[in-house]
Design a protein around this ligand. Structure first.
Ligand code: GLN
Length: 234
């Protein structure tokens, strides 16, 4: 399963979010600390963010994150207040090109999937960016609307009870994180909130989001972000 991360807050550089933290996504691409399935995340990576005009920008690759010197060179000058990034461990049988790497996008939304799902449990979508299960799932979530993501995931899980359906979404104003077969952690910083598959360092302020929960982070108008965590089983 992959590792992913979302940032919502004041603008931060992509390198400070993805490359610099001691146990962050770069480190997780070769030595994740909490990954239950899969050993490394070497099958590509992707970073999506909203620019100053709110437009979605993406940089994805089919190569390991640790080998991308061009990205490492430019990441310090890419900055945004809403970033979604992922490193990929491909599910057997899935395509290996960059179009299969998260985040996927539709309008203002960016989405990353950590897990696997039987594609026959998903309606065929002509808008999917790839035949990869995660891209098909993203297209289905987008078709149904991001606000209905919990119902959509419940339905997909009914059709494929073995599916892992961990999702991170952002439209620049909100982050939605869904745990379904894995966990998330979040850290409240003075300038924003990061939600990630696993903590990027040993800061004791990291809080775990257990399996089968929804975390929603909403951008504060003039103050701190609002965070709600909902148990999806109660
Ligand atoms: N199933 C997706 C893929 O093949 C995601 C895999 C993952 O979470 N490791 O890319």
């Amino acid at each position: 399963m992959c590792r992913h991360l979302a940032w919502l807050g004041a603008p931060r550089s992509v390198s400070s979010l993805v490359l610099d933290p001691p146990a962050g996504l770069l480190h997780q691409s070769y030595a994740p600390r909490r990954q239950k399935r899969g050993v490394v995340n070497a099958d590509g990576w992707g970073v999506g963010f909203h620019d100053a005009d709110g437009a979605v920008r993406r940089w994805r690759s089919a190569r390991p994150l640790w080998g991308d010197a061009s990205f490492a060179s430019l990441a310090p000058v890419l900055a945004s207040g809403s970033v979604l990034a992922a490193v990929r461990s491909a599910t057997v049988g899935m395509p290996m090109d960059e179009s299969a790497a998260a985040p996927f996008t539709d309008g203002a939304w960016l989405l990353s999937h950590n897990g696997r799902v039987d594609r026959s449990a998903l309606p065929a979508s002509r808008d999917a960016e790839s035949t990869c299960d995660s891209a098909q799932l993203a297209a289905h979530v987008f078709d149904r609307g991001a606000d209905h993501v919990v119902d959509t995931v419940r339905e997909v899980a009914r059709r494929d009870p073995d599916a892992y359906l961990n999702l991170l979404l952002t439209d620049g104003q909100r982050v939605l994180g869904l745990t379904w077969g894995d966990e998330l952690s979040y850290l409240v910083e003075p300038d924003g909130v990061v939600v990630a598959s696993e903590p990027w360092d040993d800061d004791p302020r990291w809080t775990d989001v257990p399996d089968h929960h929804l975390i929603e982070v909403t951008r504060g108008v003039d103050g701190p972000a609002r965070i709600t965590v909902t148990d999806l089983e109660s």
